[in-house]
Design a protein around this ligand. Sequence first.
Ligand SMILES: [Fe+2]
Length: 231
Amino acid sequence: MDPFPGAGERSRTEPALDAPRQGPGARGGRTLAVVTSDSLRRALTAPADPPLRPLPDQVVALLEALHAPPRLAAHLRAVHDVAAQLTDAMAERFPQLPFDREAVLFGAATHDIGKVRHPEELSGPGSAHEPAGYELLLQHGVAESSARFARDHASWHQDGIDVDDLLVSVADKVWKGKRVTDLEELLVDRLAEATGRERWSVFLDLDDILDQIAADADRRLAFQATHPVRG
Ligand SMILES: [Fe+2]
Protein backbone atom coordinates (compact mmCIF):
# COMPACT_ATOMS: atom_id res chain seq x y z
CA MET A 1 0.00 0.00 0.00
CA ASP A 2 1.27 3.43 -0.84
CA PRO A 3 0.55 5.56 2.22
CA PHE A 4 0.84 8.77 0.24
CA PRO A 5 -1.03 7.97 -2.95
CA GLY A 6 -1.68 10.62 -5.54
CA ALA A 7 -1.12 14.30 -5.26
CA GLY A 8 -3.67 15.01 -2.61
CA GLU A 9 -4.47 18.50 -1.49
CA ARG A 10 -1.82 20.02 0.68
CA SER A 11 -2.05 22.73 3.25
CA ARG A 12 -1.09 26.23 2.21
CA THR A 13 0.70 26.69 5.49
CA GLU A 14 2.47 23.35 5.87
CA PRO A 15 5.53 22.40 3.83
CA ALA A 16 5.00 19.66 1.29
CA LEU A 17 6.84 16.46 2.06
CA ASP A 18 8.82 16.51 -1.12
CA ALA A 19 9.57 20.21 -1.19
CA PRO A 20 12.35 22.09 0.56
CA ARG A 21 11.08 24.10 3.49
CA GLN A 22 10.97 27.86 3.25
CA GLY A 23 12.75 28.60 6.49
CA PRO A 24 12.64 31.85 8.39
CA GLY A 25 16.22 32.51 7.37
CA ALA A 26 15.62 32.08 3.65
CA ARG A 27 16.52 35.15 1.62
CA GLY A 28 16.08 36.23 -1.96
CA GLY A 29 13.89 33.31 -2.92
CA ARG A 30 16.37 30.69 -1.69
CA THR A 31 14.92 27.80 0.22
CA LEU A 32 16.35 25.87 3.13
CA ALA A 33 16.15 22.15 3.65
CA VAL A 34 14.16 20.97 6.66
CA VAL A 35 16.29 21.38 9.76
CA THR A 36 15.68 18.59 12.22
CA SER A 37 16.48 19.26 15.87
CA ASP A 38 18.99 16.96 17.51
CA SER A 39 16.37 15.89 20.02
CA LEU A 40 13.88 14.92 17.31
CA ARG A 41 16.61 13.08 15.42
CA ARG A 42 17.49 11.16 18.59
CA ALA A 43 13.85 10.20 19.21
CA LEU A 44 13.57 8.90 15.65
CA THR A 45 16.86 7.01 15.47
CA ALA A 46 18.41 6.36 18.90
CA PRO A 47 18.84 2.73 19.88
CA ALA A 48 16.22 1.71 22.41
CA ASP A 49 15.79 -1.01 25.01
CA PRO A 50 13.88 -3.02 23.95
CA PRO A 51 14.92 -2.39 20.32
CA LEU A 52 12.29 -0.37 18.41
CA ARG A 53 11.95 -0.54 14.65
CA PRO A 54 12.39 2.72 12.73
CA LEU A 55 9.21 4.43 11.57
CA PRO A 56 8.37 4.25 7.86
CA ASP A 57 10.43 6.75 5.80
CA GLN A 58 7.33 8.74 4.79
CA VAL A 59 6.33 9.19 8.42
CA VAL A 60 9.86 10.27 9.40
CA ALA A 61 9.78 12.88 6.61
CA LEU A 62 6.41 14.15 7.79
CA LEU A 63 7.46 14.38 11.45
CA GLU A 64 10.63 16.25 10.44
CA ALA A 65 8.71 18.65 8.18
CA LEU A 66 6.26 19.36 10.99
CA HIS A 67 9.03 19.77 13.63
CA ALA A 68 7.22 17.22 15.74
CA PRO A 69 7.89 17.15 19.48
CA PRO A 70 10.53 14.48 20.28
CA ARG A 71 8.21 12.88 22.85
CA LEU A 72 5.61 12.36 20.12
CA ALA A 73 8.15 10.78 17.76
CA ALA A 74 9.28 8.43 20.54
CA HIS A 75 5.68 7.48 21.31
CA LEU A 76 4.87 6.78 17.66
CA ARG A 77 8.01 4.65 17.40
CA ALA A 78 6.99 2.59 20.43
CA VAL A 79 3.41 2.03 19.26
CA HIS A 80 4.53 1.28 15.69
CA ASP A 81 6.94 -1.37 16.98
CA VAL A 82 4.24 -2.93 19.13
CA ALA A 83 1.85 -2.95 16.16
CA ALA A 84 4.50 -4.84 14.18
CA GLN A 85 4.88 -7.42 16.98
CA LEU A 86 1.11 -7.68 17.35
CA THR A 87 0.41 -8.16 13.62
CA ASP A 88 3.20 -10.75 13.33
CA ALA A 89 1.75 -12.71 16.25
CA MET A 90 -1.83 -12.40 14.97
CA ALA A 91 -0.81 -13.66 11.52
CA GLU A 92 0.93 -16.64 13.10
CA ARG A 93 -1.75 -17.60 15.66
CA PHE A 94 -4.84 -16.54 13.68
CA PRO A 95 -4.00 -16.92 9.98
CA GLN A 96 -7.72 -16.75 9.11
CA LEU A 97 -8.07 -13.20 10.46
CA PRO A 98 -8.25 -10.75 7.56
CA PHE A 99 -6.29 -7.54 8.12
CA ASP A 100 -3.98 -5.19 6.24
CA ARG A 101 -0.61 -5.22 8.03
CA GLU A 102 0.77 -2.20 6.19
CA ALA A 103 -2.34 -0.17 6.98
CA VAL A 104 -2.10 -1.10 10.67
CA LEU A 105 1.59 -0.15 10.80
CA PHE A 106 0.95 3.18 9.08
CA GLY A 107 -1.96 3.84 11.43
CA ALA A 108 0.15 3.07 14.49
CA ALA A 109 2.99 5.24 13.18
CA THR A 110 0.71 8.26 12.71
CA HIS A 111 -2.18 7.81 15.15
CA ASP A 112 -1.24 10.69 17.48
CA ILE A 113 0.21 13.04 14.85
CA GLY A 114 -2.47 15.60 15.70
CA LYS A 115 -0.51 16.27 18.90
CA VAL A 116 1.78 18.38 16.72
CA ARG A 117 -1.16 20.83 16.81
CA HIS A 118 -2.15 20.02 20.40
CA PRO A 119 1.12 19.39 22.28
CA GLU A 120 -0.67 19.88 25.61
CA GLU A 121 -2.26 16.48 24.94
CA LEU A 122 1.20 14.86 25.08
CA SER A 123 1.24 15.38 28.83
CA GLY A 124 -2.46 15.73 29.65
CA PRO A 125 -5.85 14.39 28.60
CA GLY A 126 -7.71 15.52 25.51
CA SER A 127 -9.05 14.37 22.17
CA ALA A 128 -8.62 17.49 20.04
CA HIS A 129 -5.61 15.79 18.44
CA GLU A 130 -7.83 13.13 16.88
CA PRO A 131 -9.69 15.22 14.23
CA ALA A 132 -6.63 17.49 13.96
CA GLY A 133 -4.40 14.55 13.04
CA TYR A 134 -6.83 13.34 10.41
CA GLU A 135 -6.97 16.78 8.80
CA LEU A 136 -3.20 17.17 8.97
CA LEU A 137 -2.63 13.88 7.16
CA LEU A 138 -5.19 14.73 4.46
CA GLN A 139 -3.49 18.10 3.99
CA HIS A 140 -0.22 16.26 3.37
CA GLY A 141 -1.65 14.03 0.68
CA VAL A 142 -2.40 10.94 2.74
CA ALA A 143 -5.41 8.94 1.55
CA GLU A 144 -8.52 9.02 3.74
CA SER A 145 -8.25 5.25 4.27
CA SER A 146 -4.82 5.73 5.87
CA ALA A 147 -5.54 9.04 7.63
CA ARG A 148 -8.60 7.67 9.44
CA PHE A 149 -6.54 5.98 12.15
CA ALA A 150 -5.52 9.37 13.52
CA ARG A 151 -9.22 10.26 13.90
CA ASP A 152 -10.60 6.91 15.06
CA HIS A 153 -7.94 5.27 17.24
CA ALA A 154 -9.90 5.95 20.46
CA SER A 155 -13.38 5.29 18.99
CA TRP A 156 -13.55 1.53 18.88
CA HIS A 157 -17.33 1.34 19.46
CA GLN A 158 -18.10 3.55 16.49
CA ASP A 159 -19.89 2.16 13.40
CA GLY A 160 -17.55 1.17 10.59
CA ILE A 161 -14.58 0.28 12.80
CA ASP A 162 -12.79 -2.75 11.32
CA VAL A 163 -10.09 -5.19 12.40
CA ASP A 164 -7.30 -2.83 11.28
CA ASP A 165 -8.70 -0.08 13.51
CA LEU A 166 -8.99 -2.45 16.48
CA LEU A 167 -5.38 -3.57 16.08
CA VAL A 168 -4.12 0.04 16.08
CA SER A 169 -6.21 0.78 19.19
CA VAL A 170 -4.94 -2.33 20.99
CA ALA A 171 -1.31 -1.48 20.09
CA ASP A 172 -1.88 2.03 21.51
CA LYS A 173 -2.86 0.47 24.86
CA VAL A 174 -0.68 -2.61 25.26
CA TRP A 175 2.58 -0.75 24.47
CA LYS A 176 2.33 0.57 28.04
CA GLY A 177 0.90 -2.63 29.47
CA LYS A 178 -2.68 -1.40 29.55
CA ARG A 179 -5.39 -4.00 28.93
CA VAL A 180 -8.83 -2.67 27.94
CA THR A 181 -11.54 -5.29 28.29
CA ASP A 182 -14.24 -3.81 26.03
CA LEU A 183 -11.71 -3.16 23.26
CA GLU A 184 -10.25 -6.67 23.49
CA GLU A 185 -13.77 -8.16 23.45
CA LEU A 186 -14.42 -6.52 20.09
CA LEU A 187 -11.25 -8.12 18.75
CA VAL A 188 -12.26 -11.48 20.27
CA ASP A 189 -15.60 -11.22 18.39
CA ARG A 190 -13.70 -10.80 15.09
CA LEU A 191 -11.33 -13.65 15.96
CA ALA A 192 -14.15 -16.04 16.85
CA GLU A 193 -15.94 -15.13 13.63
CA ALA A 194 -12.83 -15.61 11.47
CA THR A 195 -11.68 -18.86 13.06
CA GLY A 196 -15.00 -20.52 13.96
CA ARG A 197 -13.59 -21.12 17.45
CA GLU A 198 -15.20 -20.37 20.81
CA ARG A 199 -14.65 -16.87 22.20
CA TRP A 200 -12.98 -18.16 25.37
CA SER A 201 -10.55 -20.19 23.30
CA VAL A 202 -9.43 -17.33 21.03
CA PHE A 203 -9.20 -15.06 24.07
CA LEU A 204 -6.67 -17.41 25.69
CA ASP A 205 -4.41 -17.08 22.64
CA LEU A 206 -4.92 -13.31 22.38
CA ASP A 207 -4.23 -12.92 26.09
CA ASP A 208 -0.97 -14.80 25.69
CA ILE A 209 0.11 -12.53 22.80
CA LEU A 210 -0.77 -9.35 24.69
CA ASP A 211 0.89 -10.55 27.91
CA GLN A 212 4.13 -11.17 26.05
CA ILE A 213 4.08 -7.70 24.47
CA ALA A 214 3.14 -6.05 27.76
CA ALA A 215 6.15 -7.62 29.48
CA ASP A 216 8.38 -4.88 27.96
CA ALA A 217 5.99 -2.03 28.77
CA ASP A 218 8.06 -0.49 31.57
CA ARG A 219 11.15 -0.25 29.38
CA ARG A 220 9.16 1.31 26.51
CA LEU A 221 7.69 3.85 28.95
CA ALA A 222 11.19 4.64 30.20
CA PHE A 223 12.40 5.14 26.62
CA GLN A 224 9.55 7.50 25.82
CA ALA A 225 10.06 9.49 29.01
CA THR A 226 13.70 10.25 28.11
CA HIS A 227 12.56 12.29 25.09
CA PRO A 228 11.40 15.85 25.81
CA VAL A 229 7.95 17.20 25.05
CA ARG A 230 9.67 20.28 23.62
CA GLY A 231 12.89 20.23 21.70
FE1 LIG B 1 -0.99 6.97 21.41
